[in-house]
Structures are given as structure tokens and as C-alpha cells.
Design a protein around this ligand. Structure first.
Ligand SMILES: NC(=O)C1=CN([C@@H]2O[C@H](COP(=O)(O)OP(=O)(O)OC[C@H]3O[C@@H](n4cnc5c(N)ncnc54)[C@H](OP(=O)(O)O)[C@@H]3O)[C@@H](O)[C@H]2O)C=CC1
Ligand SMILES: O=C(O)[C@@H]1CCC=N1
Length: 271
């Protein structure tokens, strides 16, 4: 457990709460060391009962923490920064922004303050310690970058990237989890059509997807290398795979990822 640091998550919605739960599950923080904020505080009542500090007062939350996680929607950020500006102390605080499409410099410029900012892009599997998290900064010290990396390493796999690639990372990993979930759902729907009850089909599809991912991660092999092992000559796998490709399977995934990256790049600026 981290007994010196306290963390405030400003904007405790889907990803903010996933992060909080992941940190507690990993034993890095106790719920009492995590302050969660949102305007509709009633929605956090259950977390309050579980020991988290819950409040709608962002200013107080900032005053009581060393690490401040910004986890509101891009269009909600400026108002939040205006609210907390007076409590931010660059000598004390490290800002971690999870917000899509907002550069570190955008945050410093809005605050008019030379505070250290690290961008972090996790996905919702952070709640179970399985996030793919990308981090980047244009001004954080090596020490602070490693603090952030160590924090997110406890709840998944972390890589440091150039900040200019952050919207691409958002599309591939943060949005990406939804793309793979939809793929599993679609596979389960196919399974139901060929004879399995829905709950069995979903379990079978999910475990099959997990096995596929683990083949790549554990053996460090290439997808096509593993596919070649499945596709018997004149067999049913190549027939199914080619049918999917004729219907644009790979193309749809590539186009979707590109679309998400394009939108991620303009989310902050268009509001
Ligand atoms: N969802 C995901 O998988 C990921 C999301 N992100 C990014 O994380 C951010 C949050 O996304 P997501 O969790 O999906 O969105 P949500 O809408 O679920 O969460 C945003 C939260 O912010 C709260 N909020 C809004 N304004 C304030 C404020 N002034 N003070 C305190 N809390 C506030 C909202 O609650 P209330 O209205 O009650 O205040 C809400 O709970 C976005 O910028 C998104 O791009 C990044 C990676 C993955
Ligand atoms: O859909 C979104 O905009 C956010 C960013 C990445 C995942 N969810």
C-alpha cells in the first residue's frame, strides 16, 4: 500500500471508477486514500460506503491529494480547471490526465501554470488489472513519469509513447476494448445461430478470444502464423475466414480504428 500518497480522481464516471477499483484491487491504495468527485454525489454513495472519500467539492479534493487525476469528458475540462486552479500547487501536485484529445500543454495553458502533467490512456480493463495503458508527457520529470508508470503497471501493462501518438493510442487501446467486445458478442451470436444457448455461446466465444490473445502475448508469435495452424487445407476455418474477409472484416476494423482516431483528435477542440 502507498501510505504517503493520496490520490483524487476528479470525474468519477466509467473510467475514473474503473481506475479507483483497479488501484484498490491491486493493493496500491486503500479506499480511504482515494477521493472521488462528481457533481451528482448520490451516484457515488455505494463507493462512500466502501470507504472511499466522496465529494462534489473538487477544490477540497485537490487540497487533500498529491496526485490529481483528471477524468471528466473533454467538453467538461475547462470548467473543472477553472474550479481547481487556485488550489493547484506545482511544487506539490502531479496532474494525470486521462482525457481524450487534450494535450499536456492545453492544460498548462488553461491553468496558466507550469505544473507537471502526464497523460495516461488506460482502458476499462483497468478495473481488473488488465489495462493496456499508454503514458506520455512533455514536461514531467523522470521521477514523476516513473511514478505514473509504476501506478499504472499495477493495473495492467504500460508503455510510454510520444505525446503526438496519444490519440492513436486512444483509438487502438481505449476504444479498442469495445471493438474486441463487439467481436466477441458477434461471435456468440453466430454460436447461438448454430445451436448454443446464448450464455454458453458467450462464454465459449470469450474464452476463445482470450486464448487467441494469449497465443500472441505468451508465444510472441504473429497472428497469421497462428491462423495458418488452424486453417486445414480445404477446411472449414479458411472457408469461414475468407467469407468474413469478402464481407470486409479486416477493412471494417481498420476503418473503425481510423475513424476513432480522427474523432479523438478533435473532441476537445470542437466544444
Ligand atoms: N470510458 C473509457 O473507457 C475511457 C475514457 N477516457 C476518457 O476519460 C474521460 C471520462 O470518460 P468516461 O468515464 O467514459 O465518462 P463519464 O461521463 O462516465 O465520466 C465523467 C464523469 O465526470 C463527472 N463530472 C463532470 N463534470 C464534473 C466536475 N466539474 N467535477 C467533478 N466531476 C465531474 C461526471 O459526473 P457528474 O455529471 O455527476 O458530475 C461523470 O461521472 C473522458 O475524457 C474520456 O475521453 C479515457 C480512456 C478510456
Ligand atoms: O469514447 C470515448 O470518447 C472514450 C475515449 C476512449 C474510450 N472512451
Amino acid at each position: 500500500m502507498n501510505s504517503e500518497k493520496t490520490i483524487a480522481i476528479l470525474g468519477s464516471g466509467n473510467i475514473g471508477l474503473s481506475l479507483a477499483k483497479g488501484l484498490v484491487k491491486a493493493g496500491i491504495y486503500q479506499p480511504e486514500q482515494i477521493t472521488l468527485t462528481r457533481r451528482n454525489i448520490a451516484a457515488l454513495a455505494e463507493l462512500g460506503n466502501a470507504g472511499y472519500q466522496i465529494t462534489s467539492d473538487n477544490l477540497q479534493a485537490v487540497k487533500g491529494a498529491n496526485i490529481i487525476v483528471l477524468a471528466v469528458l473533454p467538453q467538461q475540462l475547462k470548467k473543472l480547471l477553472d474550479e481547481i486552479k487556485e488550489a493547484i500547487n506545482p511544487a506539490k501536485h502531479l496532474l494525470i490526465s486521462i482525457i481524450t484529445g487534450v494535450a499536456c500543454i492545453d492544460i498548462r495553458q488553461h491553468l496558466d501554470m507550469d505544473v507537471q502533467v502526464v497523460r495516461s490512456m488506460p482502458n476499462t480493463a483497468i478495473a481488473i488489472g488488465q489495462s493496456m495503458t499508454c503514458i506520455a508527457s512533455d514536461n514531467a520529470s523522470v521521477v514523476n513519469l516513473s511514478i505514473v508508470k509504476e501506478l499504472f503497471d499495477t493495473v495492467g501493462v504500460t508503455i510510454q509513447i510520444n505525446e503526438e501518438l496519444m490519440t492513436s493510442a486512444t483509438a487502438l487501446c481505449a476504444c479498442g476494448i469495445a471493438f474486441f467486445l463487439r467481436s466477441i458478442r458477434a461471435a456468440s451470436q453466430g454460436g447461438t445461430e448454430i445451436g448454443f444457448h446464448a450464455h454458453d455461446a458467450l462464454k465459449m466465444a470469450a474464452q476463445t478470444a482470450k486464448g487467441a490473445a494469449d497465443l500472441l502475448l505468451q508465444l510472441a508469435s504473429h497472428p497469421e502464423q497462428e491462423i495458418d495452424k488452424v486453417t486445414s487445407p480445404k477446411g472449414c476455418t479458411i472457408a469461414g475466414l475468407n467469407e468474413m474477409e469478402h464481407n470486409g472484416f479486416s477493412s471494417a476494423m481498420i476503418k473503425g480504428i481510423k475513424m476513432s482516431a480522427d474523432i479523438a483528435a478533435v473532441l476537445y477542440k470542437r466544444d
